[in-house]
Design a protein around this ligand. Structure first.
Ligand code: CO
Length: 208
């Protein structure tokens, strides 16, 4: 299969946009001021903009395997810092998804080479919540809960950064944990109670 259809699609898309607004791309070229930072999984089924129904310019997007926010990953930390410090987004979203291959792989006893250190952070999430997860007998439900808890822990990783702690003080800034259910197409707000979670741990992680 060649990729000709991609370029045909692009021509069609340009025409659709210009038919509605002849200045569409000229306006896009002037700059961006998105209010949302979205950190999601690279999974091809979880297309950030499409599932949220947003247009170009509305969401600053970072995607990696299993929507992780490791504190030593220069890529996600750069995106996060740029979005918060320079774009001054109002919302940071970590969006996981059920049936995540990354989360599933982390739970299997297999040597995945270079993926090992990346997936180890998910094993750490399991260890942090081992009691709750081990109590779930149904395997599918246990995976789903791990997906949710991973989102929660990555949200906490977002809050551990100085940029975000400063944003909390300076403007109306919020962190959100969401999950996309591939089976139904539903986007679920986990409604994580950050205040309760952070009360204790901010004694450790407060830097700003
Ligand atoms: Co995934």
């Amino acid at each position: 299969m060649d990729l000709k259809h991609i370029f045909d699609n692009n021509k069609k898309w340009i025409k659709e946009k210009l038919d509605v607004d002849k200045d569409y791309f000229t306006n896009l070229s002037k700059g961006q001021s998105p209010e949302i930072l979205y950190i999601g999984c690279s999974d091809s089924r979880v297309s950030a903009e499409e599932l949220m129904g947003v247009n170009p310019g509305e969401v600053f997007v970072h995607r990696n395997i299993a929507n992780m926010v490791p504190n030593t990953d220069l890529n996600v930390q750069t995106v996060l810092n740029f979005a918060v410090r320079y774009l001054k987004v109002k919302h940071a979203v970590v969006c996981g998804h059920y049936y995540c291959g990354g989360v599933k792989a982390a739970m299997q006893s297999a040597d995945m080479g270079i993926l090992n250190p990346w997936l180890r952070s998910i094993r750490d999430v399991y260890r942090l919540h081992q009691k709750e997860l081990d109590a779930i007998e149904d395997e599918e439900q246990r995976y789903k809960r791990l997906v949710e808890l991973n989102v929660q822990e990555q949200c906490i990783n977002v809050i551990k950064t100085a940029a975000v702690q400063k944003a909390y003080k300076e403007w109306d800034f919020k962190v959100h944990g969401w999950v996309f259910d591939v089976k139904t197409g539903t986007l679920i707000d986990l409604k994580i109670d950050f205040e309760a979670i952070l009360e204790d741990i901010m004694k450790i992680y407060k830097i700003s």
